[in-house]
Design a protein around this ligand. Structure first.
Ligand code: S3P
Length: 434
């Protein structure tokens, strides 16, 4: 049963706000902790459907997971080289694309082990050939439905290091190859065409894995054990982005966002919004930090008039999950906003190019799809409002909610329950600022 919710304009948003824990970093913390020999304390682990799928997967493989209060999770891992459990079995990734793309990197390095990965209806439409190809080059066997989609089976092997040029700018694929590289003889290098989120690299450095970064090349060497004692997960800038967008669009708003992750590879949306005229005060991390930490800070956001902008392909991976919000800001801005080089959006939890174009057009926007993005034109006035379908996609549901608060007549979001994937308390926290 899907649930609808109505979001009507209700005046300025005001107050302090702390986003939920970062989803990307939570997935990585659970997976990497499960590969360690000593227990790892993960603090502020995200409580959501996606990140539960990851805890369930590592439990199935033999790790012990203890969940305490307030996001405390202790993981007693199985080490890098002990045989994993459930060989021959099924691992259910639910809706979690990150779990589906990272976990095979670990499984591929387990000689003699065989696992099948599957998930929900949306995950079955998302390609896995992008991870199958490099893992096969390293020596594993990966067989997917129609050569491309889940369910798919990974048969582990003794892996050999490779040098791999990513055909798509994907942090998930990069991370999968780097994880497999820890099991591969020699060294494994991944070359990206454009910088994407670097949480895996930071966590591997933190776990004392021999790791080097040189521009867009990341190299990892075979390792016997990981040394990781604790991971503190910062607030998720992608979840915060929906609140930031609401504060930018609803006139008279001012919201202080606390304890939010400010890793440069995740803050592209904030830079794009500032370029459009939004007032966002805070210390975003500088580019190319070679750190083993995740920077955390505060952002002070206020509403203001916006103008159109062009988002170029190099910026896309840095704002990949927030690009639909650029469409919404563009619909309220004066002039034209163009997003280019974002064809990857068609392969997310839903086709987000179709979703944002059909969805915002239904609310009164002048927006059209292009093969690799969209173009939206505004005159600085708010959208009319109407109904939007979340299409089973958590980020489309949150987009609809923000659009409603910024609109003239309000928006009915069909399928609001999709938010449980990344942000179960979204609606409550958004309304608390009104
Ligand atoms: C993620 C990377 C991105 C992003 C996804 C999470 C990650 O996907 O869209 O929500 O945690 O690495 P791609 O790297 O495939 O673009």
């Amino acid at each position: 049963m899907t649930r609808s919710a109505r979001f009507a304009p209700g005046g300025a948003l005001r107050g302090g706000y702390t986003p939920p824990p970062d989803k990307s970093i939570s997935h990585r913390a659970a997976l990497i902790a499960a590969m360690a020999d000593e227990p790892v304390a993960v603090r502020n682990y995200l409580d959501s459907e996606d990140t539960h799928s990851t805890l369930n997967a590592v439990r199935t493989l033999g790790a012990a997971v203890e969940q305490g209060p307030d996001g405390e999770v202790t993981i007693r891992g199985v080490g890098l080289h002990a045989p994993l459990e459930a060989t021959g079995g099924l691992l259910n990734v639910g809706n979690a694309g990150t779990l589906m793309r990272l976990l095979p990197g670990w499984l591929a390095g387990q000689p003699g082990g065989v696992w099948t990965l599957d998930g929900d209806e949306s995950i079955r439409r998302r390609p896995v050939d992008r991870v199958a190809e490099p893992l096969r080059m390293m020596g594993a066997t990966v067989e997917a439905r129609d050569g491309r989609f889940p369910p798919f089976t990974v048969t582990g092997a003794r892996l050999t290091g490779i040098e791999y040029d990513l055909p798509v700018a994907s942090a998930q694929v990069k991370s999968c190859v780097l994880i497999a590289g820890m099991f591969a003889s020699g060294s494994t290098t991944v070359c990206e065409g454009a910088t994407s989120r670097d949480h895996t690299e930071r966590m591997l450095r933190r776990a004392r894995v021999p790791f080097e970064r040189d521009g867009l090349r990341s190299t990892v060497r075979q390792v016997d054990e990981l040394e990781l004692d604790e991971v503190v997960v910062p607030g998720d800038p992608s979840s915060a982005a929906f609140i930031v967008a609401a504060a930018i669009l609803v006139s008279g708003s001012r919201v202080v966002i606390r304890d939010v992750g400010l890793n440069w590879t995740r803050t592209g949306f904030f830079r794009i919004a500032e370029r459009m005229g939004a007032v966002i005060v805070g210390e975003l991390e500088e580019p190319h930090a070679d750190s083993d930490r995740e920077p955390v800070g505060e952002l002070d956001v206020a509403s203001g008039p916006l103008e159109g902008t062009v988002v170029e392909p190099g910026e896309v991976p840095l704002a990949i999950d927030e690009l639909t919000l650029v469409g919404l800001l563009g619909a309220h801005a004066e002039g034209e906003t163009i997003v280019r080089g974002a064809e990857e959006l068609r392969l997310k939890e839903s086709d987000r190019i179709a979703g944002v174009v059909d969805g915002l057009r239904g609310l009164g926007a002048d927006i059209e799809a292009t093969p690799d993005g969209f173009v939206v034109r505004g005159d600085g006035s708010p959208l009319r409002g109407g109904t939007i379908d979340a299409r089973g996609d958590h980020r489309m549901a949150m987009l609809g909610a923000v659009a409603g608060l910024a609109s003239q007549e309000g928006v009915e979001v069909a399928g609001m329950d999709a938010v449980a994937v990344s942000y179960p308390s979204f609606e409550q926290e958004l309304r608390a600022l009104m």
